[in-house]
Write a protein that binds this ligand. Structure first.
Ligand code: ADP
Length: 197
């Protein structure tokens, strides 16, 4: 098995790279999706969040009120750390379980936006970082409907490009066209295939 960590700042094109890798046959484990699952209705994760932050964090239907929780943790780094102390171990355990379930000859890609921020850069054979200039990222995010101010606020909460580059074994430069990205990922896949052959 080849264990790959995939990350990139918001709008860099990490999801696009993950999709291309799936087309090549990678098993992609999506940390954001797991992060939603571990606080779904009826989970110990959701109970722990409510114990910590109060029942006002629930919507009328009993699901997590992401906006209410976001307002609390966005304004208060200590609260954010208390939330992460609940969610990160749950996400990590589930990701580890899914990796263990993958076939022995698989290329397993752990798609984790906060790989650098959460100190998760250990434990991979290869770390792939997707980069693109900030203005390009902002323009693509605007096309996707994310306002510039919101995008900038998210970027301010993420690791710097230099911190991400520092952990990269492979840099994917997504400043060009989708075709260019496609070709770069094909090259990356060749390297992966060679290393598990
Ligand atoms: P991330 O997962 O890193 O936040 P995405 O993969 O969702 O970023 O890409 C952000 C937006 O930019 C998406 O709407 C995507 O379709 C678009 N995009 C990604 N790569 C390119 C590219 N090379 N050219 C044009 N648009 C792109």
């Amino acid at each position: 098995m080849l264990r790959v960590g995939l990350t990139g700042g918001i709008g860099a094109g990490k999801s696009a790279v993950a999709r291309l890798l799936i087309d090549h046959g990678a098993v992609v484990i999506d940390a954001d999706a797991i992060a939603r699952e571990v606080v779904a209705v009826g989970t110990p994760g959701l109970r722990a969040v409510v114990d910590e932050f109060g029942p006002q964090m629930l919507c009328a239907d009993g699901s997590l009120d992401r906006e209410a929780l976001g307002a609390v943790v966005f304004a208060d780094p200590a609260a954010r750390r208390r939330l992460e102390a609940i969610t990160h171990p749950l996400v990590g355990a589930e990701a580890t379980r899914r990796m263990a379930d993958a076939p022995a000859d698989a290329v397993v890609v752990y798609d984790v936006p906060l790989l650098v921020e959460a100190g998760l850069s250990g434990g991979y054979d290869v770390i792939v970082v997707v980069v693109a200039p900030r203005e390009v990222r902002l323009a693509r995010l605007a096309d996707r409907g994310l306002a510039r101010e919101q995008a900038l606020a998210r970027m301010a909460n993420q690791a710097s490009d230099s911190a991400r580059r520092a952990v990269a074994d492979i840099l994917v430069d997504n400043s060009g066209s989708p075709e260019d990205l496609h070709d770069q990922v094909a090259e990356v896949w060749k390297r992966f295939s060679a290393s598990i052959a």
